[in-house]
Design a binder for this molecule. Structure first.
Ligand code: PMP
Length: 406
């Protein structure tokens, strides 16, 4: 048993006290978005109560306080991901924004015939921007295949890598299957081949502490809302050399050094990529969310969630006719499953009646569903505030759904 005072932690999350359809809420949709602790809610309220102001260009006190808090949050993000320089942290609206920023920037760096490798288990947000980039440039998208267990076929990856490969994109953790991908191996081999790597950390960031310097990754993305922070804010980590090479994504205020109608020069990093008034409160709350997670300790979280995942996997597999998709050796926090003969939506609907929140459908990863020849799955995804008792409620609910529907 991991030393986590789970009842104390649950009290931090007001939403966990509510009822749904007359039953205590069992929130198992953490892969879609996580819940927000009171400590982070307090930071949001405090911002609007005391120092709501636009940042970076004000001489007045409120503006300076807001700027300081926003830049302090950037520093917290830098420290959390062990990033060498604060200006390598670009605050964005989330992973989707971060990926589009990089894909757009590569328009001027990619030539016809250059190859981009993308894993077979990507979220649509890490597929579509690259397809759009290939349409603009004549680049070619190639897919690193996966096997039945939901693991990337690494021999195929190494075969696909060549001197034509300019970019490799992969998620750290698959949101649909929970697979933890071997990103260290991918980064090392890609660099040897002369390719840059972007790792989509949206699903990993709440469950694995990623060290940017140790990984030596070129780009890494995260969304605050999956890490106990608010929606509409996230980060792009980029190595300084890459962020210097890439052109700005959006034009506007904040991202300029000097503007005339003849010529505009751009601001230094990170402001070059932060056009317009950002999500100031969101950025500050993102920092507070990381403080909250680090207060518990990422190592403790990782251990506890592993126990919970193992327990839930065992209990669910004990239900006959239940099949889990994604049985990789290295997994975290997600169980995607179906019961043969029952549509996932019907299971999800019955579970909701019992107060249990799961997600059903293709989880923005249609190629994975096509691989398995299924329309979708039921996905239960866990956080450190979930308990074994909640897993028992889920298992009982799934059994009930099976008995009603089969
Ligand atoms: N990639 C992965 C692996 C995800 O799980 C998600 C969110 N479901 C995204 C990208 C997109 O993140 P956001 O919607 O926060 O931009």
């Amino acid at each position: 048993e991991v030393g986590l005072d789970i009842q104390k932690i649950r009290k931090d999350f007001p939403i966990l006290q509510r009822e749904v359809n007359g039953k205590p809420l069992v929130y198992l949709d953490n892969a879609a978005t996580s819940q927000t602790p009171q400590q982070v809610i307090d930071v949001i309220v405090d911002y609007y109560h005391r120092y709501n102001a636009n940042i970076h260009r004000g001489v007045h006190t409120l503006s300076q306080e807001a700027t300081d808090a926003y830049e302090a949050a950037r520093g917290t993000i830098q420290k959390h991901f062990n990033i060498a320089k604060a200006h390598e942290v670009i605050l964005t609206s989330g992973t989707t924004h971060s990926i589009n920023l990089v894909a757009s920037g590569f328009t001027s760096l990619l030539k016809e015939g250059d190859e981009i490798l993308v894993s077979a288990m990507e979220h649509h947000s890490n597929i579509v921007p690259w397809q759009m980039l290939c349409e603009r440039t004549g680049g070619v998208l190639k897919v690193i295949p996966m096997n039945e267990n939901g693991e990337l076929v690494m021999t195929e990856f190494h075969n696909l890598l060549s001197d034509k490969t300019k970019l490799v994109f992969c998620n750290h953790v698959s949101n649909a299957l929970g697979t933890v991908n071997p990103i260290a191996e991918i980064i090392e081999a890609s660099h040897k081949a002369g390719a840059a790597v972007l790792v989509d950390g949206a699903q990993a960031a709440a469950h694995i502490k990623a060290d940017m310097q140790a990984l030596d990754v070129d780009f890494y993305t995260a969304s605050a809302h999956k890490m106990c922070g608010p929606t509409g804010v996230g980060m792009l980590y980029g190595k300084e050399e890459w962020l210097t090479k890439l052109p700005p994504y959006q034009g506007g205020g904040e991202m300029i050094a000097e503007v005339t109608f003849e010529k505009t020069t751009y601001a230094d990093l990170p402001h070059k990529f932060e056009a317009g008034t950002p999500n100031i409160c969101g950025g500050i709350a993102f920092g507070a969310a990381l403080d909250y997670l680090n207060g518990i300790g990422m190592e403790t979280i990782v251990q506890y969630e592993e126990e919970l995942l193992n327990y839930a996997t065992e209990q669910l597999l004990a239900i006959d006719v239940l099949k889990i998709y994604g049985t990789a050796e290295h997994k975290t926090s997600v169980i995607s499953f179906n019961i043969e003969g029952i549509h996932p939506y019907d299971i999800g609907t019955i579970l909701d009646k019992l107060g249990i929140a799961v997600r059903t459908g293709h989880h923005c990863a249609q190629p994975i569903m096509d691989f398995y020849g299924i329309p979708g799955t039921v996905r239960a995804s866990f956080s450190f505030y979930n308990t074994k008792e909640e897993v028992d409620v889920l298992v009982a609910g799934v059994k009930r759904a099976r008995n009603m529907l089969l």
